[in-house]
Design a binder for this molecule. Structure first.
Ligand SMILES: NC(=O)C1=CN([C@@H]2O[C@H](COP(=O)(O)OP(=O)(O)OC[C@H]3O[C@@H](n4cnc5c(N)ncnc54)[C@H](OP(=O)(O)O)[C@@H]3O)[C@@H](O)[C@H]2O)C=CC1
Ligand SMILES: O=C(O)CCC(=O)C(=O)O
Ligand SMILES: [Mg+2]
Length: 743
């Protein structure tokens, strides 16, 4: 008998966390006899807040800092983590979670609106640790390998999702800056030797301020520095405002305020102020007095109005209405509820929002709930070109056809906070005109930028070992799948030019004979890939961290309808495995539907795929042959699941997440019963399969019948465990059959 091996399963938020309450008991039951222990680590937003504010809590309220534990685990060779999507909280979400926890009796402090005291500063620093994309960068001690498994692709070919038609006359377009942005101001260098650098601001009058010091840089590490000019940004946004009015297209801003948690909320704030410029001119002083911060969206302004006397409040509301009526129409997040694209920075997240728009004929929702052509505003031009190229392609060739299109797996550079997604601690909103200087340990100036008040300056790091690992992963994938691989790198961009030098060197470490490996600029790579995709040909995209994020939503959403169905593996550089479930988010609107009508339409396919590779990894690393049998049979069960179309329906009264888990269990038990590699498993699951099959009709009918009414689980960020577990495991017959596996 092999020794007990462990899979760490994350508890997260929203729809995935609800699904876990139903799926995890199945996983635990099915793996128990194979000496596999499934340990849960709570990295939900609520748990992360509580872990950081331990000293404010009673002893019996304190929780483990599970994220810190996982961060350490990710560096160990024996680690096997299944990571579900979690909330990357914007400030409005953070405040909601804080309020909910306070109401539940946790004496955590408010999110500080203004920093007056040292305590405010300390509290803000703790909340900043929880804010935005705070989980993924800690766990991702490896690069990213994301693809649509064959079964998923075949399913989409047979059951294509809807695709809006594209007309060549579409007015939809991407608007991006042509000067003064991060792309145009970038400087980059590869450091020959390890050093310690400092970042210093030197004001026009010579006053020096240290922005950051003692930053250790490894030998061979690439550093970049760049700046987004506030003046250029505002001029650009003003132009887009006018142009959207002229062209009668929706004004829609696409940012990544969650992962780019310092820079992008600032840009978001400028967009809100430009759109409502008259309002800010008229009421700016009042807004300042009540501490409005539109970096957190128009929603922040609206919620703060309650602090004003009724008359003033009404006047401002009227002025907002006037601005919206007379400005370009805004793309809407929810037309029924009047929530615009500018309300909450985390509502429109570029990786998912641009593909969703491209899938829908290039249109977004307007205030009347109708689809309309759109100006997609992506201020920084570093990566905006890939969407322009895709949109131009659709205008020329029409919408993609999921029944015939090829696939685009991604190998993404991600490890150790590579590139922009690791830049928050080195991003600064400049306070005074002057320059920002980066110096090495000897005081030598490495980079320098002229800056003005309000500019956003940032530095990124990319370590050498992750690049070597990424090149190796790309060659391995190209070889394994016999598919051309394209490095999406632009030789004319400072950072990419440094990466290209390394890629060329490290490709020599591998046998690339008979492989088609190219380096193309992101725009050329898009064109190359799209030309192939419509011919049904596959192309691996090998990209940096931001494009990894963008491309692993773009292609999956076009090819298979959602990135939730992706296999998403992070081979950890120290030998462990991190298995992410899908490439998408946590679909908050699924929770709304669940609470309203007891129907959860979250599709756990990503979890099934992740579990299969996790079991395979565990089987190989622990010499646990039963785990390998569990893995193979789970894959076969997932194929059946897709063949028989047992994904949740969107509609109440039909199969939902819980019913889909029943089917996965049924098919998995059947495969285990029928396999011949392990007689014990076959015997054990033969009985279970019989019970499940015998009760199928009854269980499914009962699971459908309970739907239709609202559900109360007493909380959004930290629901009541008993209520939520009961809601997600409502079927006594199914629960009893599973409990037979626990004896
Ligand atoms: N890895 C992670 O931890 C990630 C976390 N996030 C977080 O998730 C939240 C929402 O992100 P957002 O960018 O809106 O993206 P989502 O992927 O959550 O939502 C976009 C749309 O994708 C579809 N979808 C996604 N997952 C599923 C699923 N499993 N089953 C069925 N449909 C699905 C739904 O579209 P439709 O209605 O068309 O079916 C959904 O409305 C944010 O808090 C964000 O920070 C985001 C990305 C990754
Ligand atoms: O960490 C996040 O906020 C989102 C991650 C994401 O979108 C991705 O990795 O694709
Ligand atoms: Mg993403």
């Amino acid at each position: 008998m092999s020794k007990i091996a462990k899979i760490v399963y994350t508890k997260t938020d929203e729809a995935p966390a609800l699904a876990t309450r139903s799926f995890l008991p199945i996983v635990k039951a099915f793996t128990k006899s194979s000496n596999i222990e499934v340990e849960v680590k709570d990295i939900s937003l609520a748990a992360r807040i509580l872990a950081n504010f331990s000293e404010y809590l009673e002893d019996n309220q304190k929780v483990e800092d599970a994220l810190a534990t996982l961060g350490e685990l990710a560096k160990l060779p024996t680690t096997n983590i299944i990571k579900l999507p979690n909330i990357s909280a914007s400030v409005p979400q953070l405040k909601e979670a804080i309020a909910e926890l306070q109401e539940k009796g946790f004496a955590i402090p408010n999110y500080p609106e203004e920093i007056k005291t040292d305590e405010d500063k300390a509290v803000l620093a703790l909340y900043n640790k929880v804010k935005g994309s705070a989980v993924n960068p800690v766990l991702r001690e490896g690069n990213s390998d994301r693809r649509a498994p064959k079964a998923v692709k075949n399913y989409a070919r047979k059951n294509p999702h809807s695709m809006g038609a594209w007309l060549s006359s579409s007015k939809t377009h991407v608007a991006t800056m042509s000067e003064g942005d991060f792309a145009h101001n970038e400087k980059s260098a590869t450091l020959k030797n390890a050093t310690t650098i400092s970042i210093e601001h030197v004001a026009k009058n010579g006053t020096k301020t240290i922005l950051k010091e003692n930053l250790n840089i490894l030998k061979g590490e690439i550093i970049d520095a760049t700046v987004m000019s506030k003046k250029a940004l505002i001029a650009f946004l003003e132009e887009q405002y006018e142009d959207a009015l002229d062209k009668n297209v929706l004004f829609s801003l696409h940012m990544k305020a969650t992962m780019m948690k310092v820079s992008d909320p600032i840009i978001f704030g400028h967009a809100v102020r430009v759109y409502f410029s008259d309002l800010f001119k008229k009421h700016g002083k009042t807004f300042q007095k009540i501490g409005i911060d539109v970096n957190n969206g128009l929603g922040n302004l609206l919620s703060k109005l309650s602090e004003l006397p009724k008359e003033k409040r009404d006047e401002i509301r009227n002025d907002i209405r006037y601005a919206i009526d007379h400005g370009p129409e805004l793309a809407m997040v929810n037309s029924d509820k009047g929530i615009t694209n500018l309300h909450v920075p985390s509502d429109v997240i570029i990786d998912a929002s641009m593909p969703a728009m491209i899938r829908t004929s290039g249109k977004m929702w307007n205030a009347d709930g109708k689809l309309q052509d759109t100006k997609a505003i992506i201020p920084d031009s570093s990566y905006a070109g890939i969407y322009t190229a895709t949109i131009d392609f659709c205008k020329k060739h029409g919408a993609f056809d999921p029944t015939t299109m090829g696939t685009v797996p991604n190998v993404g550079l991600m490890a150790q906070k590579a590139e922009e997604y690791g830049s928050h601690d080195k991003t600064f909103e400049i306070e005074k005109n002057g320059k920002v200087v980066v110096k090495d340990a000897a005081g030598k100036v490495l980079m320098e930028h002229e800056v003005e008040t309000g500019d956003i300056w940032r530095m990124c790091q990319t370590k050498d070992a992750p690049i070597q690992d990424w090149v190796k992963l790309a060659v391995t994938r190209a070889r394994a799948s016999q598919t051309p691989a394209v490095f999406w790198l632009d030789k004319n961009r400072a950072h990419d030019a440094e990466i290209i030098k390394k890629v060329k060197v490290y490709l020599n470490d591998h046998d690339t004979s008979n492989l088609d490996i190219r380096i193309l600029s992101p725009i050329k790579a898009t064109e190359f890939t799209l030309k192939r995709i419509i011919k049904g040909e596959d192309t691996i995209s090998v990209s940096g961290n931001v494009l990894r994020d963008y491309l692993t939503d773009l292609f999956p959403i076009l090819e298979v309808g959602t990135s939730a169905k992706m296999l998403s593996i992070v081979p950890l550089m120290n030998g462990g495995g991190l298995f992410e479930t899908g490439a998408g988010g946590s679909a908050p609107k699924h929770v709304d539907q669940f609470l309203e009508e007891n129907h959860l339409r979250w599709d756990s396919l990503g979890e099934f795929l992740a579990l299969a590779v996790s079991l395979e990894h565990l089987g190989t690393t622990n010499n646990n042959t039963k785990a390998l049998v569990l893995s193979e049979t789970l894959d076969d069960a997932t194929d059946k699941f897709l063949d028989n179309d047992k994904s949740p329906s969107r509609k109440v009264g039909e199969l939902d997440n819980r019913g889909s888990h029943f089917y996965l269990a049924l098919y998995w038990a059947k495969e285990l019963a029928n396999q011949t590699k392990d007689a014990e498993l076959s015997k054990e699951f033969g009985k279970i399969y019989n019970e499940l099959a015998k009760n199928e009709t009854k269980i499914i009918a009962q699971l459908n019948e309970i739907q239709g009414n609202s559900v109360d689980i007493q909380g959004y960020y930290q629901p009541n465990d008993v209520l939520a577990d009961n809601a997600m495991r409502p079927n006594a017959i199914f629960n009893n059959i599973l409990s037979l596996l626990n004896v």
